[in-house]
Design a protein around this ligand. Structure first.
Ligand code: PLP
Length: 393
């Protein structure tokens, strides 16, 4: 049999999905595993959103293909939501609705990158960026962060090359929950403008912030020059507990959204129609469920943070301010348990403490592990007890 393509052989599977599958396999064999490896809210999609989807089905609105770039009312709703929450004006044709933010990013790198183009990727970073950049023929320039897990223009200066075309920013950040201040983002944005780079701003966790007002200011609020260079990625997955519905979007200059429309017409055709109607209701309906979920995440963070930082060998530079992840440095914990790699440490945590977490290797910072606190309070408390016993055994 002929070999598969080089790109298929080179791509790494998603480490977060793999970690979750290992946990599920152990659970299926009867072990009581607490899964802190997942990257999705543990809430159900709000009932009103589900009902809007049912109404759309019953009204025969979802039986045919839709426009590739999404139904007109949803594109307009994304634009209106941006106006209402960020005071930023865009037109509906600057919005492209996609099959989740993951597809938004994949399609974006396809339209943006030529083989050999470099993309600056500050570490730690979400697992799929690097693989998606490579799948588009691009080359990843990882930028090591400062101790607070952020990057500065000075660090970007030493990483940028003449072949650099874009920088990927993600605040609030997966895997660390770190949130850049508007001033920090502005400094990076101005630096990117000075180098004439595209800024890919993944704002999928922008509504999930703690100890501060939500949502976080978008990159599009910082200056006109930054806006001209910025392409925002967002979606309903995290804010509305809708990961399974697969709706995300791109907001950017018309030349970008037009090119995305062409490419997506050969990739997805359109995002699932029923999901688009559900997302329309999410954006235009009552936002009380968002506030409620946020309050719950805040409470869990406040519960788990002091317990986690008290674990032997687990270090966090600061309390996370967004998303639903903790990303402790576990170098000392690994030494205590005589583990040489984080993958080995994570395997032992799963097999001995029955807690599933993700190794930092996948996020560009091998000395860390990612733990999601999208789990109920009792499970989080039990997980912390198990980890404490594991570290003391
Ligand atoms: N961007 C980041 C930083 C994420 O963490 C995720 C999901 O985990 C996504 C994008 C993709 O989200 P979606 O479910 O909309 O594809």
């Amino acid at each position: 049999m002929k070999q598969l393509a080089q790109r298929a052989r080179a791509v790494q599977p998603s480490a977060t999905l793999q970690a979750s599958q290992r946990a599920k396999a152990l659970m299926a064999s009867g072990v009581d595993v607490i899964n802190l490896g997942v990257g999705q809210p543990d809430f159900q999609t709000p009932v009103a959103i589900k009902q809007a989807a049912i109404r759309a089905i019953e009204a025969d609105q979802v039986d045919g293909y839709t426009a590739t770039t999404g139904i007109a009312p949803l594109r307009q709703a994304v634009a209106d939501h941006l106006q209402a929450t960020q005071n930023v004006t865009v037109t509906a044709d600057q919005v492209v609705v996609t099959t989740g933010a993951k597809m938004a990013l994949y399609a974006l790198f396809q339209v943006m990158l030529d083989p050999g183009d470099d993309v600056l990727l500050p570490a730690p970073y979400w697992v799929s960026y690097a693989e998606q950049i490579r799948l588009a023929g691009g080359h990843v320039l990882e930028v090591a962060p400062t101790a607070d897990l952020k990057v500065t223009p000075a660090q970007l200066d030493s990483a940028v090359t003449p072949a650099t075309k874009a920088i990927v920013l993600n605040s609030p950040q997966n895997p660390s929950g770190v949130v850049y201040t508007p001033d920090e983002l502005k400094a990076i944005g101005e630096w990117a403008v000075a180098h004439d780079l595209w800024i890919v701003s993944d704002e999928i966790y922008g509504d999930l912030v703690y100890d501060r007002p939500a949502p976080e200011p978008s990159m599009l609020t910082l200056s006109d020059a930054i806006t001209d260079h910025t392409i925002v990625i967002n979606g309903v997955s995290k804010t509305y507990a809708m990961t399974g519905w697969r709706i995300g979007w791109v907001i950017g200059p018309k030349a970008v959204t037009a090119a995305l429309g062409k490419v997506l017409s050969h990739m997805t055709g359109n995002p699932a129609a029923v999901s688009q109607y559900a997302a329309l209701d999410a954006l235009t309906g009552d936002q009380a469920s968002v506030t409620k979920m946020n309050a719950s995440f805040q409470e869990r963070l406040d519960t788990i943070y002091p317990l986690l930082t008290a674990l032997p060998g687990f270090k966090l530079v600061a309390k996370p301010q967004g998303a639903f992840y903790l990303f402790p440095d576990v170098r000392e914990a690994m030494a205590i348990k005589h583990c040489t790699t984080t993958s080995e440490f994570v395997t032992r945590v799963l097999e001995e403490a029955h807690v599933a977490v993700v190794p930092g290797e996948a996020f560009g910072l091998p000395q860390h592990i990612r733990m999601s606190y999208a789990a109920d309070r009792d499970q989080l408390l039990t997980a912390m007890t198990r980890l404490k016993e594991f570290m003391q055994s």
